[in-house]
Design a protein around this ligand. Structure first.
Ligand SMILES: [Fe+2]
Ligand SMILES: [Fe+2]
Ligand SMILES: [Fe+2]
Length: 424
């Protein structure tokens, strides 16, 4: 079943890459996306990247422009240079594409690469203005290959140029748009016949047999990581939306807590099962807020004692709601403890460190972070740096030190990108 899913995925992406070409180009036979995927895979192999990354970069090459499906086709088919407004619109395709890719768990790394495929080595690209080594090596490869190959494809607003001319163009942008090392490798590989401009090389056919159409993701065979709980995701997400929809200022809160908790759990090396559990617990941790009246949650002033009592009880309500759902009792216990603090200063039970489930300790960090960086009815939002300082101050006292460290050592642009591609 896993092998079929993988084959299906790879074939769908190849088809998608082609459909996209068909839409964008007068001559679908040019297969720009396929060639970008192939060359990227060859360069990744040359650089000694592991097989799983070679497979992923091939996929990324195939669908790097997938976000263009949301752009008005009349703009893309313009026979003249784009106006400034049109260009702003077209530039959105990298962010849109990353959101599409982020929806499939198999493509989660790749969604970053798609988001960043128009970033430039000197920091003048978009959407995040990353520079140098902030740009993942896969993206450095992809952007150079994308440019090199696009130039050899006729577009409506210009003629194609020869491979030698295209190579000259990327050499001129060595150190500005592109990592010089990558440009040199491309030149070397063309000289050695390892990349054949405009065609599938024999070398790629060999590589495809060796590395592509294989499964690299291991999953254990039980309910959590099998299709059982992951199959329920669409329903659970809907549930989370209902929770967040109750109060406007919490829009997206459950999803962000879920995404960030999964990220921390992955970085901390948790098992696949635990990662799924924390992700689901993150989505549903505030289910009990449904029971808090609007006049309490939306209050402009600091809540009074009775109101605090109601608010402090929401984790108990989350737990009660979820305990009634099949197989959710463990998740229910995690949600009950998401406001407990290591030093016993939290609620509802005032548990200390050893009494708090380790997954609840992850949620505590991501939930606090998102609360600090969101607007609340009774106070303004803080920026990421300020939130980091507050979390760092509480590390080892109220927050688990390891999880706090993982979060605060993550660059803010990474967190913004992670949230943006899943929520928008
Ligand atoms: Fe693009
Ligand atoms: Fe909460
Ligand atoms: Fe929360």
């Amino acid at each position: 079943m896993d092998l079929n899913r993988n084959l299906l995925l790879s074939q769908c992406l190849e088809a998608l890459g082609l459909v996209l070409e068909y839409d964008l180009n007068d001559h679908p036979s040019h297969q720009h996306a396929v060639r970008v995927g192939e060359s990227c895979a060859l360069i990744a192999e040359k650089l000694g990247l592991p097989p799983e990354r070679i497979q992923q970069i091939y996929y990324a090459g195939l669908i790097h422009d997938i976000g263009k499906i949301s752009i008005d086709i009349n703009i893309l088919r313009q026979k003249r240079k784009l106006t400034a407004d049109e260009f702003t619109h077209v530039k959105k395709h990298s962010v849109t594409g990353s959101r599409i890719a982020a929806a499939l768990p198999e493509l989660s790394d790749l969604s970053f690469w798609i988001r960043w495929h128009h970033e430039k080595w000197d920091g003048t690209g978009y959407p995040d203005g990353l520079a140098g080594v902030q740009i993942p090596v896969e993206v450095q490869i992809m952007s150079a290959v994308d440019c090199f190959d696009s130039l050899q494809t006729p577009r409506l607003d210009r003629d194609k140029i020869t491979a030698a001319e295209a190579e000259e163009v990327i050499k001129q942008q060595r150190g500005t748009a592109f990592n010089p090392v990558i440009v040199d490798i491309i030149s070397q590989m063309i000289a050695d016949g390892e990349i054949t401009p405009g065609k599938s090389s024999d070398k790629f056919i060999e590589l495809k047999k060796k590395h592509l159409n294989r499964i690299y993701r291991q999953s254990t065979d039980n309910y959590w990581s099998g299709i059982g709980m992951t199959g329920m995701y669409p329903i659970l997400r809907l549930f989370a939306r209902v929770i967040d929809a109750k109060h406007e200022y919490t829009q997206g809160h459950s999803t962000r807590v879920s995404i960030l908790s999964r990220y921390i759990a992955q970085k901390a090396g948790f098992s696949v099962d635990d990662i799924i559990k924390v992700e689901i617990a993150g989505l549903l941790h505030d289910a009990g807020k449904i029971s808090i009246p609007h006049e309490v949650l939306d209050k402009k002033n600091i809540p009074d004692n009775t109101e605090w009592e109601i608010i402090r009880n929401h984790p108990v309500h989350s737990c009660n709601i979820l305990s009634n759902i099949y197989l959710m009792s463990e998740i229910a216990q995690i949600t009950k403890q998401h406001h407990e603090r290591l030093d016993g200063s939290g609620y509802p039970a005032g548990e200390v460190e050893k009494g708090i489930s380790i997954l609840a300790q992850i949620i505590a960090v991501s939930d606090s972070f998102d609360a600090m960086t969101s607007e609340r009815s009774y106070r303004k939002r803080r920026n990421i740096e300020a939130a980091y300082r507050e979390i760092a101050d509480g590390a080892g006292i109220i927050y688990n030190r390891e999880f706090a460290d993982i979060l605060t050592s993550t660059p803010p642009y990474y967190i913004n990108a992670l949230f943006d591609m899943h929520i928008g």
